[in-house]
Design a protein around this ligand. Structure first.
Ligand SMILES: [Zn+2]
Length: 100
């Protein structure tokens, strides 16, 4: 976990607590702006049970290609940046020059 991510987590946490503390105000504001009605309409039209099932299945099935079928060491190594096949024992990619 890098420092940037930690700072982001703290900021999101503080924002979430502020939102929770003013929940009633936020709900009223969203209602006034028509966001809730809009979201209800979108849910009714597009997020049916079938659509949610398909989205979840795709999220589970879709992975970055060429990741887990390839062994970590040996001939099948690939560059983590450009996904080019790495040859030899060098630790730098011959295509993009990044450290593998
Ligand atoms: Zn590369």
């Amino acid at each position: 976990m890098t420092l940037g991510i930690r700072k982001l987590v703290v900021l999101v946490l503080v924002a979430a607590i502020f939102l929770l503390a003013n929940l009633w105000f936020v709900v009223n504001w969203l209602e006034e702006k028509g966001v809730i009605d809009c979201a209800k309409q979108v849910r009714k039209d597009y997020l049916t049970g079938t659509a949610i099932t398909i989205i979840v299945a795709l999220l589970i099935l879709l992975v970055r290609p060429g990741r887990e079928a390839v062994s970590r060491w040996g001939l099948g190594r690939r560059c983590p940046v450009c996904d080019a096949r790495l040859s030899g024992r060098g630790s730098y990619c011959s295509e993009c020059g990044s450290k593998a």
